[in-house]
Design a binder for this molecule. Structure first.
Ligand code: 13P
Length: 266
């Protein structure tokens, strides 16, 4: 049986765009995709604005009944209380978010987000009825040592160890080698496939085929419309988590169209 996972093109805006710029971007993206008769059944498109833009995106998506989905870039591990500056999973869910990015390498680097904290974020996101996009991936050092596959698989294991089959099946994993993020040095399609396949096979061993086949595995790191078609042709690459190229609406729409085209033969 061939397994059908709808590919996901996710734009991580990081700390870019205020709510006015976000509104303009979403309107233009919707217009570009509508103009291209984009089929959302073949490819899902999701945006990850700053917290301050989520409400504006929600209003627009609901008012114009747009098919674009969206989510947050991080979440608090606690539900409420005296945690100045934090935002809870329920607050994010009430803004219509479907997803939260968890454990992005920039969060791991600039904030005290260790494995225990990342597991708690995943649990908080699931408890609020959303899906976590768990980011993993080696730095240049692990790649130099040739241990990149074990490293990425290990990062997924560290988080899924305490999760049930059902919880794990709701995860989305983003394989984002740190050396490829924002550098223009994209992983080869073979290497993106190898890592995605290693992650999926490990999930299969631990949780069984149903879970392994359900989890979407994205590639992230210097994705552009020039390399997207080859990367998405890999059987275990189910879409992209895009930074820089997702700040250019024409470029993001182009990548989404390439991905949707690639599913025609899947
Ligand atoms: P770039 O696409 O800019 O390399 O960023 C990738 C990323 O970090 C997405 O989360």
């Amino acid at each position: 049986m061939t397994v059908r996972r709808i590919p996901l093109v996710a734009g991580n805006w990081k700390m870019n765009f205020d709510h006015l710029e976000a509104t303009y971007f979403v309107q233009k993206l919707a217009w570009l995709l509508r103009d291209a008769h984009f089929d959302f059944k073949r490819c899902e498109v999701a945006l990850f604005p700053s917290f301050t833009s989520l409400r504006s995106v929600q209003v627009l998506v609901e008012a114009d009944r747009l098919r674009v989905t969206y989510g947050a870039q991080s979440v608090s591990v606690t539900t409420q209380g005296a945690f100045t500056g934090d935002v809870s999973a329920d607050m994010i869910a009430h803004l219509g978010c479907s997803y939260v990015i968890v454990g992005h390498s920039e969060r791991r680097k600039y904030h005290p987000e260790d494995d225990a904290n990342i597991v708690d974020q995943v649990r908080a996101v699931l408890a609020a009825g959303m899906q976590p996009i768990l980011c993993v991936g080696e730095s240049f050092e692990e790649r130099r040592q040739g241990i990149e596959l074990d490293f990425a698989v290990g990062q997924v294991r560290d988080v899924t160890r305490d999760l049930s089959d059902e919880e794990t099946s709701k995860l989305i994993v983003a394989y984002e080698p740190v050396w490829a993020i924002g550098t223009g040095m994209v992983a080869t399609p073979q290497s993106a496939q190898e890592a995605s396949c290693a992650i999926r096979e490990d999930l299969r061993e631990t949780f069984g085929a149903d879970v392994a086949d359900a989890v979407r595995i994205l590639y992230g790191g210097s994705v552009t419309s020039k390399n997207a078609a080859e990367l998405i042709s890999q059987p275990d690459v189910d879409g992209f988590l895009i930074g820089g190229a997702a700040l250019d609406v024409d470029e993001l729409a182009k990548i989404a169209r390439l991905v949707s085209k690639s599913t025609q033969g899947r």
